[in-house]
Write a protein that binds this ligand. Sequence first.
Ligand code: 3HC
Length: 688
Amino acid sequence: MDPVRYDVQDRIAVITVANPPVNALSHAVRAGLWDAMARFGDDDAADIAVILGDGRLFIGGADISEFGKPPVDPWLPEVVNRIEACAKPVVAAIHGTALGGGLEVALGCHYRLAVPGTKLGLPEVSLGILPGAGGTQRTPRLVGLAAAAKMITGGVPVSAETALEMGLIDRLGEGDVRAAGRAYAEDLLAQGAGPRPTGARDVAGADLSDLRADLERKARGQVAPLTALDAVEAAARLPFEEGLAEERRLFRHLMDTPQRAGLIHAFFAERAVSKLPGIADVAPRDVADVAVIGGGTMGSGIATSALLAGLRVTLVERDGDAAEKARATVAKNLDTAETRGKLDAASRAAMSFDAVTDYAALSDADLAIEAVFESMEVKREVFGRLDAVMKPGAILATNTSYLDVDTIAAATSRPADVIGLHFFSPAHIMKLLEVVVADATAPEVIATAFALAKRMGKIAVRAGVCDGFIGNRILSHYRTAADHMVLDGASPYQIDRAIRGFGFAMGPYQVSDLAGLDIGYATRQRKAADAHPRDRVPTFADALYHAGRLGQKSGAGYYDYSEDRKGREDPEAARLIAEARTGERSFTDAEIVRRYMAAMINEAARVVEDGIAARPLDVDVVFLHGYGFPRHRGGPMHWADAQGLDRILADIRAFAEDDDHFWRPAPLLERLVAEGADFASLNRKADT
Ligand code: 3HC
């Protein structure tokens, strides 16, 4: 089918972009728009043109899959300039979404209409680039420099109503976008309106220093937002043509950065995680009623998340008091969602939620998610009870973070219906969901888990059964590498600083303080009990724990929180740690990062090799959404490829000279290096 259609009726030319699924501005679309503008220019039967998108949206932006490849004529900036230069008026009629290059096409038009429900935005910075088809120069001419700078450096879309208020669009249409666009064109013809190039407008200067300071503070190594601000500022400093040239220069510079490659990898990886060969054509089961077992922080968070997705929820607790407490926690979570504008009063009133003590109330539930205490005995008992009351075809899920889902499934008469749904805390906020597939789990049950995740606004990643699944298994390994550095002489404060310097929001010891050293205590006991004779078991966390330093909740852990939640370095913690040390050597920040990352990549390679993660990209998505990995680095596996796997392996071998038990190279890593291959090659192989 032609990606750009042209038809004329009653002196109005309608130019329709039809390139499913998102009408991206691929080469064929750019060429089609170019030709359509030429045709309209010569068409004596048409006095005005309306550009619109076919299907559910206007235009989703430039074709991201073409990035990194040699550009092919006509380039998008030329197409937009050509629209703007048209001697007859051109209207953009926008519905659904106009993002990036899509909005830039609209900015090149002389008049803009959008229907309610439309989102308009310039999200390029989230891909590590900036609007490169005139967006940084035309937006300020319509909405002013400050509003344009905010929109472009933040990348967050605005509603049609806000766009109208800002001056980004001229009119709100009603109903069908084609009819609304034609009606607007008729009005314009009746008014005798002519072309109105955005580039011919003036733009007043504005002081953007506060915004710049704010972006610098939040950047954590990201370059695109500040470079985008440079481009917007050029709009006030330079004539239009020169501003466009400056935008192009900065755009090209960003296109060549590893950050752009990392962010675009993240974009496609997030969409690839749900594409699994085993469930491609499998229809999910219907889920409307959800049961949650356990009303602690996790259970209440899961219940909140399900309610926000419009599901009916019944929560089961041990006794009336616990049920009441769970009810209060869910209500508080929903209050916060309402305050933050994520929930409106009408939707809240329509929610169906109850907290009960009798399992019999679950007989109609389509799916149960267990979130009780992490004990195999307790979980098996819960699953036995669920098996007895739940209807045939219902799904029984466990939120365990490390227990064997096969063993839990064996407590039921229906292991094919049992699956792990590992939410991350707080469950109604964190986007990651590990879908843990046990030996007997039916494909239909896996497909249902992915469909449910989508409905809940989560990003689901398939994981196999092992201690810690994908994320926590890898975390446990690199956390150990950090602990070894502390044992050898590094301060946890230096490690946290180095890891933040890499781009993580928090260092590992800040995370311990946030989670609570009591939470880690059980895990540490379990690990110490299972330890290999050559494992180095650090004791400083327990020393802090026994001193009553439980982290933020007790006012002190690794850090002192007596003044605020940010925490300060604490001499008493440092003394307890020093007592547990076995060495006195110093580390540079760079070495800390190399050891931390090498441990992460090494264990991640084993996780891929063991089939716990389907592909390296699944590991990347787990770390981007569950562990605060800096998005502009693409995820650990993408980052490792960018460093060169040979370098990572050389580091592991060098570290092994002191400890060849911990630093055993993953066979997959050795094989990839020997073959001159990378993790990305395994992502591609999984595609074919
Ligand atoms: N280019 C290429 N493919 C794209 C794309 C794009 N701009 N946007 C989406 N796709 C693909 C997705 O990869 C996905 O492919 P798949 O089905 O094979 O997995 C498919 O389109 C559907 O995408 P979603 O699942 O994300 O669909 P949704 O309906 O949930 O969302 C959307 C639609 C809001 C348009 C969302 O896809 C999105 O945010 N896309 C990116 C928008 C963007 O960042 N645009 C700016 C691009 S950069 C630019 O324009 C540069 C310019 O300034 C020069």
